[in-house]
Design a protein around this ligand. Structure first.
Ligand SMILES: [Zn+2]
Length: 200
């Protein structure tokens, strides 16, 4: 349920790459972007450094110290992070969003269906699909009163359409991909002839 995987997909000629616009291809040609996974609590977040720097997800609550250590280790200035994309609104992905926004000055992006979860500190849990998922959810629910998410405004409210990342110097885009939750989004990142994607 909370596992996140990364896979590099080798382009298949049958795939539709019509979204590879001239702009994206030009970005690819001069691409020097690097993806750094950083662990914030139980969540694996990512910092993507291209022409500019963005971050994917904001981890569990109370991870500001871990965030500061991670960027220091990577020699990334917090203020270089211009955008923080929250893949969905569960507590383990938005937990340190306010603190990271305060430290970086970056904009927070979250889908409109889960905007309130961050702005009103809500902590809904996924219902679970498998027997294990449902049991795990019940166990987790016992601990939810102990978890506090700092509320903050969402700066970029994502809708059902695509959101290009070119403005942030990253060859890719955000897609609306409901499933794990109704406000889940995915980032399609175009890289050396492959596509990086991840699922929650
Ligand atoms: Zn989740």
């Amino acid at each position: 349920m909370y596992r996140k995987t990364i896979e590099i997909l080798v382009p298949d000629p049958s795939n539709d790459f019509s979204y590879l616009t001239k702009e994206i291809i030009e970005s690819l040609e001069k691409e020097k972007a690097t993806i750094y996974p950083i662990t914030l609590g139980v969540d694996q977040c990512y910092i993507i450094r291209g022409e500019k720097t963005i971050m994917i997800d904001a981890g569990s609550p109370k991870q500001a110290k871990s965030f500061r250590k991670a960027v220091e280790r990577l020699s990334i200035k917090p203020e270089d992070i211009k955008l923080i994309v929250l893949t969905h609104g569960h507590w383990d992905h938005i937990g340190t969003a306010k603190e990271i926004k305060d430290l970086t000055g970056g904009k927070l992006a979250l889908h409109q269906k889960e905007k309130d979860w961050l702005e009103k500190s809500l902590k809904p849990l996924p219902p679970g699909v498998t027997a294990w998922g449902k049991t795990f959810g019940k166990i987790l629910a016992l601990f939810m009163p102990l978890i506090h998410i700092s509320a903050t405004d969402v700066d970029i409210v994502l809708g059902d359409g695509e959101f290009p990342l070119s403005e942030y110097g990253i060859p890719g885009k955000i897609l609306y991909t409901p499933g794990h939750s109704m406000g889940s989004v995915s980032i399609v990142y175009c890289s050396i002839r492959g596509i990086l994607s991840w699922e929650t």
